[in-house]
Design a protein around this ligand. Structure first.
Ligand SMILES: Cc1ncc(COP(=O)(O)O)c(C=O)c1O
Length: 398
């Protein structure tokens, strides 16, 4: 699954270029850096690969979400629609800009359901964040269509699907902005890190300024003399992250190709499981194959199979019980327990917002039947054989 499986000489070489200059900051130090601009090069290569107009490296996927929401002018009092099956960072980023995350249903792709999403729109709704969960695309064209009709901004969260496409077009390029994560577990990694892409020069500029204390990055003056028009903060990517990103990006096609092979092999074994169906793919060819998701006929059989896999020492994820990826499990969110004693932004929110499973019956039914495998990049023959034997034995116990 993650790029850390392949850290090697290529990453070492890129990082050594940076260590040789001693300049870790992406800006300034024109003489000392001796022409080494790793973050800039990483951004340019990334944008080219995605066919996006602009890209900006930042410190994490969570930072990328916050910077992008800020660029989109999502404000206190606004609502942002997010799927119930998600990593908590998306919800946190919405709260970070003072807006309210509104939990919406997923469909059989286990991503945001475009039809149900429309039912969540209120006069306060400003944006929607389709999250391409577990490596595969949401019904992104349909989501963008609804959003355009209802005048909402679209921020695609591609943290878990770097390298994924939908009908040949890179995920992250369908909406107004797209974000990626390069944390330790992601398809490519810079240790921690993130990227924002957009075709809009003004959204890029606002992101660029905000992520670096408002600096306008005027190339004709020194850093101390740069202008500013908005206040910002510090979410700058550093040169070591840029160096790792460059080396990892060159491996992305290989990583995805290996995962696809391994996923296909595991899927073949799973076909013997009684009653199994597989996660719906809107475009199987664009799947990064980071995960393999499947459903059993009901919660009882899903729990039984998950338990049997555990006894066979085959790692599998039952997200219904997961603490970080299933919104109705987030007791602190349900309690509106933001990290300030005034419960901001819930305290200024006009509407009523709920995060319990009763709000999303379709998603609740789906997730109770669903199991995931993380697909490795490297799957040696003996590991595959023991996994296959474990799955087959677990299937017999059903
Ligand atoms: C869907 C999703 N969005 C955002 C993030 C946040 O990324 P990071 O860990 O780089 O902050 C993650 C991380 O797991 C994620 O899975």
């Amino acid at each position: 699954m993650p790029g850390f499986e392949l850290i090697g000489k290529e990453e070492e070489k890129e990082v050594m270029d940076v260590l040789a200059t001693g300049i870790f900051m992406r800006y300034g130090f024109a003489t000392e850096r001796k022409g080494v601009f790793k973050v800039k090069e990483f951004e340019e290569t990334f944008a080219k690969r995605c066919r996006a107009g602009h890209s900006l490296g930042v410190t994490s996927g969570s930072a990328a979400l916050k910077v992008a929401l800020t660029a989109l002018d999502v404000c206190p009092g606004d609502e942002v629609i997010v799927p119930a099956f998600d990593f908590i960072a998306t919800y946190e980023a919405v709260l970070e800009v003072g807006a309210i995350p509104v939990m919406a249903e997923i469909d059989e792709s286990l991503n945001l359901d475009p039809g149900k999403m429309e039912e969540c729109i209120t006069p306060q709704t400003k944006a929607v964040i389709p999250v391409h969960m577990c490596g595969a695309a949401a019904d992104i064209e349909a989501i963008v269509k609804v959003a355009r009709r209802r005048n909402l901004s679209v921020l695609e969260d591609v943290a878990q699907a770097c390298g994924g496409t939908f009908r040949g077009k890179a995920l992250g390029t369908f909406g107004d902005m797209g974000i990626f994560s390069f944390d330790y577990y992601k398809t490519i990694t810079t240790g921690e890190g993130g990227m924002i892409i957009t075709d809009s020069k003004s959204l890029y500029d606002r992101s660029d300024w905000y992520h670096d204390h408002g600096h306008d990055h005027n190339p004709n003056v020194g850093r101390a003399d740069e202008g500013r028009s908005i206040l910002g903060f510090n979410f700058r990517m550093n040169e070591l992250q840029g160096a790792l990103g460059l080396a990892q990006l060159r491996k992305l096609d290989f990583i995805v190709a290996e995962q696809r092979k391994n996923k296909a092999r595991i899927k073949e074994v799973l076909k013997s499981v009684p009653g199994i169906t597989f996660r719906k793919m809107f475009d199987a060819e664009g799947d990064t194959a980071t995960f393999l998701g499947f459903m059993l006929p009901d919660e009882k059989s899903a729990r039984a199979f998950h338990g049997a896999l555990k006894s066979e020492k085959v790692d599998a994820i039952y997200y219904r019980d997961n603490a970080w990826h299933w919104a109705p499990n987030w007791e602190h969110l349900i309690a509106h327990a933001t990290a300030n004693s005034k419960y901001f932004p819930f305290s200024i929110h006009k509407g009523k917002v709920r995060y319990d499973a009763e709000m999303i019956p379709q998603s609740d039914r789906l997730i109770r039947r669903t199991i995931f495998f993380a697909v490795p990049v490297k799957l040696p023959e003996e590991k595959f054989a023991s996994m296959a034997a474990g799955i087959t034995r677990a299937a017999k116990s059903l």
